[in-house]
Design a protein around this ligand. Structure first.
Ligand SMILES: [Zn+2]
Length: 401
């Protein structure tokens, strides 16, 4: 049972901040209280009960922290909740939630998470970068294939953001910003928080003015675009940001291993068609995760590969690897900016949303991947195939150097 009881605070002290597919986030805005000042509360949605809060915290503190430096992670603490308290929060936040939201707070949940408020600084940017690498033999990255199939009007390519070229990084940031201003909120790749709250394109200029974050000479939206992208770019070019991007890229790439198709074919070799892909296997235990991470770190610079003699132990290793890669492919980067300047000012970069993924999703991911690849092949017959450039892909190097 968590020691900190959040129900001693008034539900109205928690201001709706944002939400993702599985959780809602509230910022503390009540009377000063050293336990809650500068914190956010993360509450689970009602259809996502996979793991208890303790397992989620342990996954972060024991597993993720072996792979990502502590200074880029948030400390999460489990807190006690109650049905009536959650019911009040749910009613209070209803009008603040976007129309496209899905799911409600899980009122039966008895614990939630308290974490530092990363959007309390004047400006914070959340980027969900998605898959940062090119699968071997492919010319278009997963994100670009997906966005093309969905008809998203964005020129964002994650491979630009993760490239070693400052110009390409800036191109990615412009693309993220532009699809955000075009109202593509449901894509969820870019979110801007100013003065502690989520802002939309329409409130951007007035809020920046009200908080005195804008020089009076700036009157055009285009100048604000330059300023936001320029500041973000300068912040991402700092050594600690570049190192974190490299780490995330390496984790996504190496943990992806044989890929979902490779995993499905390995599964068939092991079970000889007697068991459907991903069926009847348990979610990894904490001890399993620990031994996996130890083994992975021992072979850090090499991806997992198909063995000549596929067996269940190797299959399990590859499944855990893929699951963990899914966590890193779906996480967000949070950047705290103290000000808006083209020049560098000290910022803080953190990875968030690093929960373990349910093992039951393997079959769904396989189907999704196959659908995207199929649809993209059909679409790209009528148009030019997009060429995404992966810095670490040797075949692309040859094409572009
Ligand atoms: Zn791409």
């Amino acid at each position: 049972m968590p020691s900190l009881d959040i129900t001693t605070t008034s539900p109205s002290s928690w201001k709706y901040l944002s939400e993702g597919g599985a959780t809602l986030v509230f910022a503390y805005a009540g009377p000063s209280d050293e336990r809650f000042d500068q914190t956010v509360l993360r509450l689970r949605k009602d259809f996502t009960a996979v793991e208890d809060e303790k397992s989620i915290t342990l996954f972060q503190t024991e597993i993720i922290s072996c792979l990502v430096p502590q200074e880029h992670l948030v400390h999460m603490e489990a807190v006690m909740l109650s049905f009536s308290w959650l019911e009040a929060v749910s009613t209070l936040c209803a009008s603040s939630r976007p129309a496209w939201r899905t799911g409600d707070i899980d009122l039966k949940c008895t614990s939630g998470f308290l974490a530092p408020n990363l959007v309390s600084s004047p400006i914070s940017v959340e980027i969900k970068p998605k898959w940062s690498f090119l699968r071997p033999g492919m010319r278009t990255c997963r994100f670009c294939m997906h966005s093309s199939c969905r008809g998203w009007t964005t020129s964002y390519c994650p491979l630009d953001l993760f490239s070693s070229s400052p110009l390409r990084m800036k191109k990615a940031l412009y693309a993220l910003y532009d699809s955000w201003t075009a109202g593509a909120a449901t894509q969820n790749n870019f979110r801007l928080f100013i003065g502690g709250g989520l802002v939309t394109r329409n409130d951007l200029l007035p809020i920046l003015r009200r908080l005195g974050l804008l020089h009076s000479s700036i009157a055009e939206e285009n100048e604000v675009r330059e300023l936001v992208v320029g500041t973000l770019h300068a912040s991402l070019l700092q050594p600690e940001s570049l190192t974190l991007l490299k780490t995330l890229n390496r984790l996504q790439r190496t943990l992806d291993g044989v890929g979902i198709e490779g995993l499905a074919s390995l599964w068939d070799k092991v079970y000889l068609g007697k068991k459907t892909f991903g069926e009847g296997i348990p979610q990894p235990t904490l001890n399993e995760w620990k031994s996996f991470v130890n083994e992975y770190l021992e072979h850090q610079n090499s991806s997992v590969s198909s063995q000549a003699q596929p067996d269940e132990v190797h299959l399990r290793y590859c499944i855990l690897s893929y699951l963990l890669s899914a966590t890193f492919k779906d996480c967000s980067i949070m950047i705290k900016l103290p000000d808006l300047h083209h020049n560098y000012s000290p910022s803080q970069i953190t990875l968030i949303d690093l929960d373990s993924k349910p093992i039951q999703r393997l079959q769904k991911w396989l189907e999704q991947d196959r659908n995207i690849a199929y649809e993209y092949t059909v679409i790209s017959r009528q148009m030019l195939k997009k060429e995404c450039v992966d810095d670490l892909d040797r075949s692309t190097d040859r094409l572009h150097n």
